[in-house]
Design a protein around this ligand. Structure first.
Ligand SMILES: NC(=O)c1ccc[n+]([C@@H]2O[C@H](COP(=O)([O-])OP(=O)(O)OC[C@H]3O[C@@H](n4cnc5c(N)ncnc54)[C@H](OP(=O)(O)O)[C@@H]3O)[C@@H](O)[C@H]2O)c1
Length: 251
């Protein structure tokens, strides 16, 4: 599908991968709305780009999402691309009594339930356009979990499964459903797991997204995700091992 002269909403567009995606759409001649909780961060991000409007909204708050949907219907009835990028991750030890259930609930709300709510609210707007898209940002861990990111991985697996079903449900509509599956990326979210050293730049992820959208490639395996996905297809057990390498004991 074409990715120019459209109105695009990017959740979590104030930083990291979302900011790079917002930048790419803005540079491609689109009108962009960025959404996040921190209003100052959003304003600073929007000020760096052309034709970008910040709207503060906590996507885990049902009332706030309702208000966002009302604003979009009234002020942006031509919304054509919804990028569900906002995400949250906790790094912890599942065996360490570290509050797994509380952390998992927060992750599931941000990474999964809020997306269903946003899609349900904005689908009537998207369906009115001649060509529209929903992009869900999952992860390399959606098919091979990392035990350090156990409940985050589970939330992305849920998002992956939902995205596959949504694509089938909307097959006969003008709304195409894309899934962006990045590997480790250098952002705030990945600091604790070595993103600054081993992560790819967010711009590489945004490049891959726009190229894939232009070619109607719906499941987007960015960078290292592509090789791990091939390994997963051949041997799920080996892919799991690669994501969870055993520590070599120091002798
Ligand atoms: N970094 C990686 O290695 C990596 C790899 C694979 C997939 N991903 C996925 O890529 C996406 C973007 O992550 P990132 O790495 O760019 O992290 P990031 O820089 O921490 O960005 C996350 C964004 O989400 C927003 N956000 C979080 N909770 C929100 C909420 N409740 N309501 C509204 N906005 C919220 C944050 O803005 P506020 O704080 O202002 O709300 C922030 O702008 C996530 O879905 C993540 O799971 C990341």
């Amino acid at each position: 599908m074409e990715t120019t002269r459209k109105t695009v909403l990017v959740t979590g567009g104030g930083s990291g991968i979302g900011f790079s995606i917002a930048r790419h759409f803005s540079e491609n001649g689109n009108r962009v709305i960025i959404v996040g909780r921190n209003e100052d961060k959003l304003r600073r991000a929007a000020a760096q780009l052309k034709n970008v409007t910040p709207i503060a909204c906590d996507i885990t708050n049902t009332v706030a999402v309702g208000e966002l949907v009302t604003t979009i219907k009234a002020d942006y009835p031509d919304l054509s691309i919804l990028v569900n990028n906002a995400g949250q991750a906790f790094v912890y030890n599942l065996a360490g009594n570290e509050g797994a259930a509380t952390k998992a609930k927060q992750e599931m709300y941000t990474n999964f339930f809020s997306i269903l709510e946003l899609v349900e609210g904005l689908l009537p707007v998207l369906e009115k356009q001649p060509a529209a898209a929903i992009v869900n940002v999952s992860s390399i861990v959606s098919f091979a979990p990392s035990h350090k990111l156990a409940s985050y991985s589970a939330s992305k697996a849920a998002l992956h499964s939902y995205t596959q079903s949504l694509r089938i449900a909307l097959e006969d509509s003008p709304v195409k459903v894309f899934e962006l599956m990045p590997p480790l990326v250098d952002t705030e979210l990945s600091k604790e797991i070595g993103g600054a050293v081993n992560g790819i730049p967010p711009a590489e992820v945004a490049d891959a997204l726009l190229a894939a959208m232009n070619n109607d490639e719906y499941e987007i395996h960015v960078g290292r995700t592509a090789a791990l996905y091939e390994l997963f297809r051949a041997s799920p057990a080996q892919a799991l091992e690669v994501m969870n390498p055993k520590m070599v004991p120091v002798s």
